[in-house]
Design a protein around this ligand. Structure first.
Ligand code: FES
Length: 164
């Protein structure tokens, strides 16, 4: 049995010791907002926050995270109370088919958290202050998240607007 703390709740997960964090989230906890694209660390669709830092959940075992705080897209906001990054993706049309969107948003929150700790907390999305990131810098820092529809200009706009 593996104990995971996800979006502030503790769960007992009866999973094989070889289960990836991604599969534990999707198949054992029904948190299907986190997507499986490549399952090989190449697309970023499976991005979650572990103690506020973004990781590819397909590349790590669930059992390695018993003492960590895991945040998925479901923990960032609710339909009636979206996280500012979710709002920004919505307003800027930062998606096309939407499959990569949860990973893009979680990764963007984690990326801004690398500058401002408040961003990594699912309670906040603290917008105090402005980050002066260029579009090229945002693209570089988001390069682990692939969008096969190529919605990159709007994704970058959404992240820049959220950071302002
Ligand atoms: Fe994990 Fe693609 S599913 S990086």
């Amino acid at each position: 049995m593996t104990t995971l703390t996800v979006n502030g709740k503790r769960h007992e997960v009866d999973a094989d010791i070889r289960t990836s964090l991604l599969d534990a989230l999707r198949e054992h906890l029904a948190l299907t907002g986190t997507k499986k694209g490549c399952d090989h660390g190449q697309c970023g669709a499976c991005t979650v926050l572990v103690n506020g830092r973004r990781i590819n959940s397909c590349l790590t075992l669930a059992v390695m995270h018993e003492n960590d705080e895991i945040t998925t897209i479901e923990g960032l906001g609710q339909p009636e109370n979206l996280h500012p990054m979710q709002e920004s993706f919505l307003h800027e049309d930062g998606y096309q088919c939407g499959y990569c969107t949860p990973g893009q948003i979680v990764s963007a929150v984690g990326m801004l958290g690398e500058f401002k700790d408040g961003w990594a907390s699912h309670a906040s999305g603290d917008l105090e202050g402005k980050l002066d990131l260029s579009d090229a810098e945002i693209s570089e820092r988001m390069s682990g998240n692939i969008c096969r529809c190529s919605a990159y200009p709007n994704i970058v706009n959404a992240i820049r607007k959220a950071s302002e």
